[in-house]
Design a protein around this ligand. Structure first.
Ligand code: GDP
Length: 391
């Protein structure tokens, strides 16, 4: 697995950096855990206990995810392997700032909406945050089993209800950014940018996957109605449906940076760093934005961030842009495999990096090998109703 991950990190067209965003209790943790288990990164038994992303003691006590953690997995699509870097984002409103940080590091978002509850205020907040950062959304409508087995809706009513959720999310996207909506960011089940299913019972469906698997909408309804969840999980597995959608519809770092750099950085686009970031160039200067700082009992402070250009190497001297510019030397460069951090010799642009040695960096720092560089836009959190708080 280490070899597969390290091979893929050098191929940006095979990388997808994504976040999962949702209103609290809509099933983000269950989805994340089961995706990892399905991709073979953790045991299914462990995923069932939902201990993976919620490992922090405080989270266990409070029962909510508060630490944005990073995990990576490998997924095969159309005979090719892809590296999916997934940043967990807290669903609780108090932690909106963490969603903001995570959205800076990723290029795509899976928006999870509970089929019974529909969109909620935090669905709106996280969607707004994604669009502000130029992060492209796809939709997963979760807890469809409850529609069928608890609310006892018939097949036709189910389609109507799912259609209403899609319409509502589209209305939000259109209202927040009509340009993106018109440029193809409108969600469309027929095109495959919407999937629905049950994260809890480990199954999902999408129009493209139905064509591939031969499992029809009718069959899904009937099997769920009959409680045959294991059949559904086997024939229409959650991870396969969701990760196919991610690979096919969310941009790789080269495609994403071409657009996103113009949103998150306002320096000279014709400068060496401007061009390198727009092209996701591993040979350009190092331009890294720190989106998280965590503490590792062995390695000390670990700065996690998105590398937009250049290649990170052990020993590289970097400048931390800020009021007082400081020089720090990179001690270790790591990437994520499952939830573990593995050390690598060199990490190229387009990846999410975990770096030690950047002792003067804070969340939001711009780290570069250049003497001078316009820093990235500061991270701003938008909550509903529109209110801006700098974090
Ligand atoms: P989060 O707050 O978004 O991370 O939500 P969780 O993943 O913790 O899920 C909240 C609750 O909904 C838990 O009790 C889950 O077991 C339950 N849940 C999640 N997904 C599903 C689903 O697809 N079907 C049903 N029936 N329950 C689900």
């Amino acid at each position: 697995m280490v070899e597969r991950v390290t091979e893929l990190m050098d191929k940006p067209e095979r990388i997808r950096n994504i976040g999962i965003v949702a209103h609290i209790d809509h099933g983000k943790t269950t989805l994340s855990d089961n995706l990892l288990a399905g991709a073979g990164m953790i045991s299914e038994e462990l995923a069932g206990k939902q201990l993976f992303m919620d490992s922090d003691e405080e989270e266990q006590v409070r029962g909510i995810t508060i630490d944005a953690s990073n995990v990576s997995m490998v997924h095969e699509y159309d005979g090719k392997e892809y590296l999916i870097n997934m940043i967990d984002t807290p669903g609780h409103v108090d932690f909106g700032g963490d969603v903001t940080r995570a959205m800076r590091a990723v290029d795509g978002a899976v928006v999870v909406v509970d089929a019974v509850e529909g969109t909620m205020p935090q669905t709106e907040t996280v969607l707004r945050q994604a669009l502000k950062e130029g992060v492209r959304p796809v939709l997963f409508i979760n807890k469809v089993d409850r529609l069928i087995n608890e609310l006892k809706v018939d097949e036709q009513e189910m389609q109507i209800r799912l259609g209403k959720v899609i319409d509502k999310v589209n209305k939000l996207i259109k209202g927040m950014n009509e340009k993106m909506y018109n440029e193809g960011w409108k969600l469309d089940a027929a095109k495959g940018t919407v999937a629905f299913g049950s994260a809890l019972y480990n199954w999902a469906v999408s129009v493209p996957f139905m064509k591939k698997s031969g499992v029809s909408f009718k069959e899904v309804y009937q099997k769920c109605n009959a409680g045959e969840m294991k059949w559904l999980a086997k024939n229409s597995p959650l991870h396969a449906v969701l990760l196919d959608m991610v690979v096919k519809h969310l941009p790789n770092p080269i495609e994403a940076q071409d657009r996103r750099i113009h949103i998150i950085w306002h320096g000279d686009y014709n400068s060496s760093e401007g061009k390198a970031m727009i092209n996701c160039d591993p040979n350009g200067p190092v331009c890294l934005m720190v989106t998280d700082i965590s503490f590792d009992p062995h390695a000390g402070e670990v700065a996690t961030g998105r590398l937009f250009s250049g290649t990170l190497r052990r020993g590289t001297e970097c400048y931390i842009m800020g009021a007082a510019k400081r020089v720090n030397r990179i001690a270790q460069v790591g990437i994520f495999m499952g939830a573990e951090r593995i050390e690598v010799d060199a990490l190229p642009a387009g990846n999410i990096a975990a770096v030690t040695g950047l002792k003067d960096a804070i969340v939001g720092s711009t780290v570069t090998t250049l003497l001078e560089m316009t820093p990235f836009e500061s991270l701003k959190h938008y909550s509903e109703p529109v209110m801006t708080v700098a974090v």
